[in-house]
Write a protein that binds this ligand. Structure first.
Ligand SMILES: [Zn+2]
Length: 649
C-alpha cells in the first residue's frame, strides 16, 4: 500500500531563524494595524441590503465605516482581502513564535471577524440567499437591489470588471478558504459553521447550472473553488467518521459542487502535453485549477487521473515557464513554451503564482514522496517568496521584474489591496510550513531552516544559516521515557557541490542514499542523536531556454542579483491600480567577456570570475567590461537589481 506524508502541524514548528522571524512579526504588526470594521464594511452592507435595511439602519450596521479604497476593496473584487486575512490570522494564532500579547491580539481579531461574518450570515435567513456572505462594492442601483448580481452576470458570460463582474468566484474562493482554515488550523467551530452555511449556498447555486451555464462560469477566473470545496468536504467527512456532531448533514452536496469546478477538458489538454498548451493562459487563474485537481485526488485516492493531471501541469510549468527564482509569467500570463528570455520585463513573476506553486509543490510531495517538489519548494521560498517582502515595511510585491535594471515595488498598508497583498499576509504567517514532513516510520527534513519541531514523542532542532556557513546541526531528542521509532531522512539539496560530510556525534558516516534522501536509521535515532552536516556551496550558472548566453547565478540555494543603485526608482500605474517599476537603471544587460575567448569558457571558469568576499554574501564579477557586485536576491528590496545578464565574447 502506498504511504503518504503529512506536513508537520504549523503549531508544532517554531522558526528560529532571525530574518524569517522578523519577516513574520512585521507582517503581524501590519495586519493588526488594519481596521477590522473597514474590512468588514462590504460584508455588512451586503447582508443589510439582503435583509431589507437601508439608510441609518444600514449605516449603523456598518458601524459608520466604509470599505478601504484603491479600486480593489472598493471595487467588484472587494472582500477578497478578508478571506486572505482570516487564513493568515488562523495560521498566525497557532504559531509558537507569537508572544502572549501578540497571541491575544491575533486571537481576538480572528474571533471578531468570525462573529461579524456569522452576524452577516444570520441576516440572510429567509431571504432567498440564505448563507451568502460577500463584500464587493455596489457600483450601481442594480447591484444594491440584487447583491448577487455579479454571480448572475458571470452565468451570462458578462465579465466587465467595473460594471458587470470582476471575478466573484475568485473572491469566494478566498473567503471560503479562510473559513476552512479558521477551523482546520485554529479549531474555530464558528468558522466551520459559517463555512458550511456558505458551502450550502455555493452548492445549491452550482448544482443548478446547466452544462452550458457551467461552462460559461468556468470561462471567468474562479480561483481554486474546487480546492476549497474539496477541503470543506474533507473536513466534514473527517468529523462524521470521527463521531463528531459538527458536520453538516448535507455535506455530500459540497463534493458534488466541487466537481462543477473541475475543468476536465483543460486537464486532458495539459495531460496530452501538446506544444504551447499554456500560451496566453492567465497564470494565476490556471494554477489553482490544478491544485483543485490535486484536492480531488487527496479526497479520493482512487481518482488517480487527477493526480496525473496535477503532476503533468506542474512539470509543464517548471520545464517551460519558470525563471531561476521559481517565479513564472509575464504580465500575469504564461507565454509560448520556453520563451523566457524574450519575455523578461518589469512585470514578471506575480507573487500569487509563486504562492500557489509553493503550496502545490508541498502537497504534491505529500502524496508522491518525490524530492523534486521539495527542491522547487526551497528554491521558490528562498528566492521568490522571501524576496517578495520589503523587510523594513513588511509590504509585498505584485511583480518581480526579470528584465535587468528594475526594482521591486511594494503595496502600502491601506492603499493597495491587491491579490498579492493578500497572499503576502498568508506567505509570512506560515513560514514554519514545509520544513518537516512525516509518516508512521519516517521523519523528513525537507528544508534546512533554523527551527524547532516538538511532538508528543520527540523534538528536533535545526541550527543552520547558509548566509554564514555551510554547516547544519540537527538535534533529535526523545521525550523522557520514549523512543523515536522512525528513520530520519535528510533531503540532499540539488545545489550541493560534491559529497556532503555527515556525522552522528563525532563519527563520520556514509548513510544510505535513497531517492535523494540520506537515511539515518531508527536504531541511530532511537535514543536521540546529534547530526552534523556540511553541505558545500558554490556558484552555479543558469541560462534560459531561449537565451543560451543569458545567465543568472546562484550561490548554494540563493539566487544572486547585482546591485544597481537608487538612481532610477520611478514607478507608474499598470492594469487596475497596480504600481510597477518604470525605469531601467542600466541601458543594456550585455556584459562583454574580456578574459576568456568564449562565453562557454567564461561560464566553465566562473569560480575565477565571480568571487565571494570572505565572510559576506557579496560577490564581485571580474573578467568583463562591467564591474558588477552581486548579493542575495531575497533581501534586495531597496534598490534596482539585475538577475539575468547577456554575456558576449
Ligand atoms: Zn496576485
Amino acid at each position: 500500500m502506498k504511504k503518504f506524508y503529512r506536513a508537520a502541524e504549523l503549531s508544532a514548528v517554531n522558526v528560529t531563524d532571525k530574518y524569517y522571524d522578523e519577516a513574520f512579526h512585521i507582517e503581524i504588526r501590519n495586519m493588526l494595524k488594519l481596521d477590522a470594521d473597514r474590512l468588514l464594511a462590504g460584508f455588512r452592507e451586503t447582508a443589510g441590503l439582503l435583509a431589507g435595511k437601508d439608510g441609518e439602519e444600514l449605516g449603523s450596521l456598518m458601524k459608520g465605516k466604509s470599505r478601504y479604497g484603491g479600486n480593489w476593496e472598493d471595487g467588484l473584487i472587494g472582500g477578497h482581502t478578508l478571506g486572505h486575512y482570516i487564513t493568515a490570522l488562523a495560521q498566525a494564532v497557532i504559531s509558537p513564535a507569537l508572544s502572549e500579547d501578540e497571541k491575544k491580539n491575533v486571537s481576538d481579531r480572528l474571533d471578531y471577524m468570525l462573529s461579524a461574518l456569522k452576524e452577516c450570515q444570520e441576516l440572510t435567513k429567509g431571504t432567498g440567499e440564505e448563507g451568502f456572505i460577500f463584500g464587493a462594492a455596489f457600483p450601481s442601483k442594480a447591484f444594491r437591489d440584487n447583491p448577487v448580481l455579479q454571480f448572475d452576470n458571470v452565468e451570462k458570460g458578462l465579465g466587465q470588471p467595473f460594471e458587470e463582474a470582476w471575478v466573484p468566484w475568485y473572491t469566494m474562493h478566498k473567503i471560503l478558504s479562510g473559513l476552512n482554515a479558521s477551523f482546520k488550523l485554529a479549531g474555530k467551530e464558528l468558522g466551520l459553521d459559517v463555512a458550511n452555511s456558505l458551502g450550502m449556498w455555493i452548492a445549491d447555486r452550482a448544482l443548478s447550472w446547466s452544462e452550458e451555464v457551467n461552462k460559461t462560469v468556468l470561462s471567468i477566473e474562479y480561483g481554486g473553488m474546487n480546492d476549497c470545496l474539496y477541503e470543506l468536504y474533507q473536513i466534514n467527512e473527517f468529523l462524521k467518521k470521527s463521531g463528531s456532531s459538527l458536520y453538516h448533514p448535507e455535506f455530500e452536496k459540497i463534493k458534488e459542487a466541487a466537481h462543477r469546478f473541475d475543468e476536465t477538458e483543460l486537464f486532458e489538454k495539459v495531460l496530452a502535453g501538446e506544444k504551447n498548451t499554456l500560451n496566453n493562459f492567465h497564470a494565476n487563474t490556471t494554477i489553482p485549477k490544478f491544485i483543485g485537481a490535486l484536492a480531488r485526488y487527496e479526497t479520493d485516492k482512487n481518482e488517480v487521473k487527477y493526480l496525473e493531471y496535477a503532476e503533468s501541469f506542474w512539470d509543464m510549468v517548471l520545464s517551460k515557464h519558470t525563471y531561476v527564482t521559481g517565479g513564472n509569467s509575464e504580465d500575469e500570463h504564461f507565454g509560448e513554451d520556453n520563451i523566457l528570455d524574450a519575455e523578461r520585463t518589469n512585470v514578471n513573476n506575480e507573487t500569487c503564482n509563486t504562492y500557489n506553486m509553493l503550496k502545490f509543490s508541498r502537497r504534491l510531495f505529500a502524496v508522491t514522496g518525490k524530492k523534486k517538489y521539495l527542491d522547487y519548494a526551497e528554491r521558490t521560498l528562498v528566492n521568490a517568496i522571501m524576496a517578495s517582502q520589503n523587510h523594513e515595511t513588511g509590504f509585498s510585491t505584485y511583480f518581480q521584474p526579470m528584465a535587468t535594471g528594475f526594482q521591486k515595488v511594494f503595496n502600502t498598508l491601506d492603499g493597495n489591496f491587491w491579490c498579492c497583498t493578500g497572499t503576502g499576509y498568508e506567505n509570512f504567517t506560515k513560514l514554519q510550513d514545509g520544513i518537516y514532513f512525516g509518516r508512521e516510520d519516517e521523519i523528513i527534513i525537507a528544508l534546512y531552516l533554523a527551527s524547532e519541531y516538538c511532538t508528543e514523542d520527540f523534538s528536533i532542532s535545526i541550527d543552520a544559516d547558509f548566509t554564514k556557513s555551510d554547516e547544519v546541526k540537527i538535534c533529535v531528542k526523545p521525550v523522557a521515557g520514549k523512543e523515536v521509532e522512525k528513520d530520519l531522512l535528510l533531503r540532499k539539496p540539488t545545489w550541493v557541490m560534491g559529497e556532503p560530510e555527515i556525522k552522528v556525534g563525532e563519527d563520520e558516516i556514509s548513510p544510505e542514499e535513497q531517492d535523494g534522501f540520506y537515511i539515518i536509521p531508527k536504531n541511530t535515532v532511537k535514543n536521540g542523536c546529534n547530526i552534523f552536516l556540511k553541505l558545500p556551496m558554490g556558484i552555479t550558472c543558469h541560462n534560459l531556454q531561449d537565451g543560451a548566453d543569458t545567465y543568472a547565478f546562484m550561490y548554494g540555494p540563493y539566487v544572486l542579483s547585482a546591485r544597481l543603485g537608487l538612481a532610477k526608482m520611478k514607478t507608474k500605474g499598470h492594469g487596475i491600480a497596480v504600481v510597477v517599476a518604470a525605469e531601467k537603471a542600466v541601458e543594456s544587460d550585455e556584459v562583454l567577456v574580456t578574459k576568456e575567448k568564449s562565453v562557454q569558457d567564461f561560464i566553465e571558469n566562473i569560480d575565477k570570475y565571480l568571487v565571494k568576499r570572505e565572510g559576506e554574501m557579496e560577490f564581485d564579477l571580474a573578467g568583463t567590461d562591467r564591474n558588477l557586485n552581486f548579493t542575495t536576491h531575497y533581501n534586495q528590496y531597496s534598490e534596482s537589481y539585475g538577475i539575468y545578464w547577456k554575456f558576449k565574447a
